[in-house]
Design a protein around this ligand. Sequence first.
Ligand SMILES: [Zn+2]
Length: 470
Amino acid sequence: MRQKTSTTSIILNLDINKFILNLENDTLILNESVSPDIAICIDYYLQNDFNTLIVKENLVCDECGSKLSKNGTDKLILNKKKNIKLQKYKCSNKKCQKYYKVSLLEFIDKSCNYSKNIRQQGLELDSIDHSSYDKKSEIIEKHTSVKIPRSTIYYHEKSLSKQFIINEENKIQEEVLKSKIQPSGIYHYDEQYEFINTELYLRMTILDNKNNLIINEKLVSHKEFNKKTIQNFLEKSLDKHPIKAIITDGNNYYPSIIESLGAIHQNCAFHKMQNLMTEVIKKLNKYQRQIKNAEIQIEKNTTRIKELKKENKGKTGRIHLKDKKKQKRQEKIRKLEKETRTLKDTRWKNKAKIKELEKYVKKISLIFKSKTIKTAKKRFQELQNKKDELPKVISSFIKKLSKNIEKTLQHIIHEEIPKTNNKIECYYKTTMPRYIKKIFRTKEGFIRQMKLQQIRWTKRNVLNTNQKKT
Ligand SMILES: [Zn+2]
């Protein structure tokens, strides 16, 4: 027989109902081992306001083994939203008469208005993307129908974040171990500048190139930051791990530190090219500007010449000596034509300079793209041999590069070493996008977001990708 689907029968269709809930006379009866938040959920989805009663699971006295009988109820306002009743009991054995109450301590901390689950929502949201307390309040209300003022969300995060992050980190650590993901020996290292409330900090990061694992990450005030800071950080973080190679950008501190660690040092080729391009682009812009100015002037001159010629009735041949006006115009035309030739020459020269620069940029980038170290060195040598004929930006770049050319070519010698430090750039952009960076007013707030995002990165880029492979 087909039953008419009332709100009641929807619930009874759920499989879980047997041990977690019963619905009698519009009263939702929940076991104390089930989160009372489910009452709010059910109200929300069924658009009802059920009376809710929480009962004990085991109705036997633990002193004498007799049955417990009901003995009135306590009231509780759950999440400042819903009135629920908590069943009280008394042992039915007249000699014992022990009193019992249901306990929700698993779900609601003592003297808290909100359940643990609700109090954690702000942090759960931050572990996906950072949002303001106002937005969090809105999102939580939309998803749970529980309204929490922004100040309360702030307070919850402050008191819960430490433990929340430790729990999440432990969970993820366990999964990493279970998946047998281990440091590979090839690491990216970098620092990022972070301004927190106008104070400058450096975020130091070691990222495993092979499995994307964050080996270590730390935020240090620039006042405490020096070569020793990097050295200690790298030494301590990599102490128990294999060390083959470290990829960095071109900071002067790195070479000796990395050498002392016994690692191969690869300088990011992308950064090298970027340094070159900053200088080259300045020049290119200058040449482009000159070309444009010349072209504007050429056009003006051409128009003026045309006008003058028209005024001279197109007669460009011999001019009668007495015709002073005509002569003057003719003089002017000659001057303008000469100027235009010079301008055209400037334009041509600038175009040639641009072509030349572009040619050398290409040649330099080919060094890093070489298939063999022999080719790379040959390409570099060719440029160095004619350093006197090179444009100045190119020759000074080559001079600088000659000091550490070996360090930018390690990726060619060792197939497993990446060419660039782009992976760590990508990590920074993903975990702390530009629009979020400036939001933080305290170091603690920044570190919290950094850690939450590191957990997210590990879930998505270490564990997920690894599981896909197997
Ligand atoms: Zn008893």
